[in-house]
Design a protein around this ligand. Structure first.
Ligand SMILES: [Zn+2]
Length: 295
C-alpha cells in the first residue's frame, strides 16, 4: 500500500542528552535544559524515529563557560541539519548512486522496498545532502574553528562510522560537537586505529585545544583517538550508528520470514483445511475408529 509522509508511524522515540556529564572547564556537573534544542521525526532504512536533543549547561556561576550549552554527539549522527531522513539513508543513497551507478528510479525502488516513504523526486534531494557531507572533507573552516575555541575554550570531537548495505567500505565522520560542524569525512576500505588516526590527522594539524573526544564503544576507535590525543579525556557515545548498519539486514530478514510464512500459509491453506476437517471428523466420528489412527 502506498503511504504518504503524513502516515509516518513512529517506531521509537529517543531523547538524546550530552555524553559529557561534567563541565570540561570546571568539573561541575552539567544540568539539563528544560527545552529541547531540536526535535524531529527521522526516517531510517529500517524504522521511523522521533528524536529530540536536550542540551546541558554548566551551572557553576564562577565558571568562565557558565551557561554554555553542550549537545549530544549521538543525536547529530542520526541525520543532518535540515533533513528528515537518517544519515544511513543519505549515505546509502550516496553509495548506490556513486560506486553502484544506480539511477533515481532504481534507488527509489530500493528505498521503497525498505518502506522508506519518499517520492522519486525526493531521491534527487537526498543525493545533494550526501554531496554536501562529502564536501566537508575538502574545506576545513579554520577561522570558524578558531573563533569557536575563543568562545568555548576548545573543540569536542566525535568520531563515528557507517557501513551501508552492500558497501565494501565504511564512511567515517569526524565532527565538532558543540558547533555541529562536520570536520572530516572519508570512506575507509580498512578500519583500524591507523586508518582512523590518518583520518583525524587534518584535525590534529589544526593544533587547536581539544576538550574531549567521543566515540562509540569500538576498540580501534578509542585507540585511534587516544593515540592522536593521549591527554584528552575520552567518553563513550551510544553505539547506535554502526549498529544501524545491521538493522536493515535484520529488518529484511524479518520481512523475508513474514513473506515466507505467508507463502507457506497460502500454499498449505487448502490442504491444511482438509487435514483439519479430517481431524475433526476423526475425533467426532466413531466410524473412523476414534483416535487410534491419530498422530
Ligand atoms: Zn563549568
Amino acid at each position: 500500500m502506498a503511504r504518504t509522509r503524513k502516515t509516518l508511524e513512529v517506531d521509537t522515540r529517543h531523547i538524546y542528552k550530552p555524553e559529557i556529564t561534567q563541565c570540561p572547564h570546571c568539573g561541575a556537573p552539567l544540568g539539563a535544559q528544560r527545552h529541547y534544542q531540536w526535535r524531529k521525526t527521522v526516517q531510517h532504512l529500517d524504522q521511523v524515529v522521533y528524536i529530540a536533543s536536550q542540551g546541558k549547561t554548566c551551572g557553576n556561576p564562577q565558571c568562565r563557560h557558565h551557561g554554555q550549552v553542550y549537545s549530544a554527539a549521538a543525536a547529530q549522527m542520526e541525520t543532518l541539519p535540515g533533513c528528515t531522513y537518517g544519515l544511513d539513508v543519505i549515505v546509502q543513497v550516496g553509495w548506490w548512486r556513486e560506486p553502484e551507478h544506480l539511477n533515481r528510479q532504481q534507488i527509489h525502488g530500493r528505498l521503497q522496498a525498505r518502506r522508506v516513504q519518499l517520492s522519486e523526486r525526493e531521491v534527487d534531494h537526498l543525493y545533494p545532502h550526501y554531496q554536501v557531507l562529502r564536501a566537508c572533507a575538502e574545506r576545513l573552516d579554520t577561522q570558524r574553528l578558531e573563533t569557536l575555541v575563543g568562545e568555548r575554550g576548545g573543540l569536542i570531537i566525535s568520531l563515528d562510522g557507517l557501513a551501508p548495505e552492500g558497501a565494501t567500505e565504511q564512511l567515517w565522520v569526524v565532527r565538532e560537537v558543540q558547533s555541529e560542524v562536520v570536520l572530516v569525512v572519508g570512506w575507509l576500505a580498512r578500519v583500524n586505529h591507523e586508518t582512523l588516526a590518518a583520518l583525524l590527522q587534518p584535525v590534529v594539524d589544526l593544533k587547536l585545544p581539544i576538550l574531549a573526544t567521543l566515540s562509540a564503544k569500538e576498540g580501534c576507535v578509542q585507540k585511534a583517538l587516544t593515540t592522536v590525543w593521549p591527554d584528552v579525556p575520552h567518553q563513550w557515545c551510544q553505539a547506535h550508528y554502526l549498529g544501524n548498519a545491521l538493522k536493515p539486514l535484520y529488518a529484511r530478514d524479518s520481512a523475508l520470514k513474514t513473506e515466507l510464512r505467508q507463502q507457506i500459509r497460502a500454499a498449505v491453506r487448502d490442504s491444511l483445511g482438509e487435514v483439519l476437517s479430517d481431524s475433526v471428523e476423526s475425533v467426532f466420528s466413531p466410524s473412523v475408529g476414534g483416535r487410534a489412527g491419530g498422530i
